[in-house]
Design a protein around this ligand. Structure first.
Ligand code: ATP
Ligand code: MG
Length: 349
């Protein structure tokens, strides 16, 4: 049965990239699927150990989920550290994954910077914890931004190695599903998770530099639209967004090689649930002086209600805490069953 899982780190202000690459997709998926949405607080200490207000950040991500329209009664909304299975399974996956796999991760290289020896061990092992987040629930589909594609591939590698290495035990315990791995028939315990990356804005770029992803950690606040920005701030940031001097082209193909134009068109399409072709058909030949104000109106219309509801929810943290507590208990019930099976498969008494 399909199961959707995804997570967002409480590492700072949520931005339009997080919203379009992840949260808006969660909302779209929830009508058709069972979903688990996690505030991954244990990931947030990998790059920076001490946070000024981790509790507040965690609550604000949960508030953003709910303000965006996620139903925490029908689905599960919780924080990672409240379910011990994440850390337990991550340890096992640390022993499944190879050091070479981790060293190849571009997010590690980016976040560790030049002084790699001095990065936390947790930052290197991050993808192992992420695989545990997903596979603890044996989730089949993971909606994420394009930047997480490599980590999802690693999650499949971990699942596959576990399935192959323990195939006989999994079969003997009656816990597996027969699946083909190349020529070999194995009894698999973990599913091969599919990333859900598609859409018009899988990688929202910085408004100041079309070659960098929009990010919480960019020192320039003008580079991103925060979910909590007011209408004037959104207008200012879009007005100042970098573009080239040409008008919008007649076809989507002609956006190639124009990263800033491509980015703004992708954002417009994602915010209005249209394709980039639709948007280009409407604005073909128009100047950015026409397109940008339309984008401002659209962004404000979509984001303002989310931001308002987030603020309202944050006024009463006990309500958010109750949602997280209920979600954690329900997540833990699923996780505990998976961990009991994993202990049996490995041979822990
Ligand atoms: P950090 O810099 O702390 O890693 P982040 O902005 O990358 O912060 P995450 O919590 O790591 O946020 O990611 C949450 C989700 O948002 C993930 O699914 C990720 O792929 C997605 N995401 C992050 N940035 C973008 C972006 N610029 N465009 C599209 N999706 C994005
Ligand atoms: Mg990230």
């Amino acid at each position: 049965k399909p199961l959707v899982f995804s997570g967002v780190q409480p590492t700072g202000n949520l931005h339009l990239g997080n919203y379009l690459g992840a949260i808006r997709k969660f909302v779209a998926l929830q009508d058709q699927h069972d979903c688990i949405f996690c505030v991954v607080d244990m990931h947030s200490i990998t790059a920076q150990l001490v946070h000024e207000d981790l509790k507040g950040q965690t609550r604000s991500i949960a508030a953003a989920f709910i303000a965006s329209g996620i139903d925490p009664v029908k689905h599960i909304v919780f924080n990672q550290s409240a379910v011990p299975g994440h850390a337990e399974l991550a340890w096992i996956f640390n022993c499944v994954a190879r050091i070479g796999w981790m060293n190849r991760m571009t997010q590690f290289k980016d976040k560790a910077g030049k002084d790699r020896e001095n990065a936390s061990l947790g930052l290197l092992a991050y993808p192992s914890l992420m695989a545990a987040d997903i596979l603890l629930y044996r989730a089949t589909h993971v909606p994420v931004g394009e930047d997480q594609k490599q980590h999802l591939e690693l999650t499949r590698d971990i699942a596959q190695k576990f399935n192959i290495d323990f195939s006989d035990r999994i079969r003997a315990a009656g816990l597996g599903v027969e699946m083909m791995v190349g020529e070999e028939k194995v009894s698999g315990f973990f599913p091969m998770t599919e990333p859900l990356i598609e859409g018009p804005a899988p990688r929202v770029m910085s408004l100041r530099d079309g070659s960098k992803k929009m990010s919480k950690s960019d020192p320039s606040d003008l580079s991103r639209i925060n979910l909590t920005d007011d209408a004037d701030t959104i207008a200012k940031k879009i007005r100042k967004a970098k573009t080239d001097p040409a008008p919008l082209p007649e076809t989507v193909e002609e956006l190639e090689g124009r990263p800033e134009a491509q980015n703004l068109v992708g954002i417009y399409a994602a915010l209005s649930d249209r394709t980039r072709k639709d948007v280009i058909d409407e604005y073909a030949g128009q100047q950015f002086s026409v397109f940008k104000p339309a984008l401002v109106d659209l962004a404000v219309n979509v984001l303002e209600p989310v931001s308002r509801e987030m603020h309202r929810l944050m006024d009463d943290p006990s309500h958010i805490d109750a949602i997280l507590k209920d979600g954690s208990a329900r997540a833990n019930a699923i996780a505990a069953k998976t961990m009991a099976d994993v202990r049996e498969i490995i041979g822990f008494v």
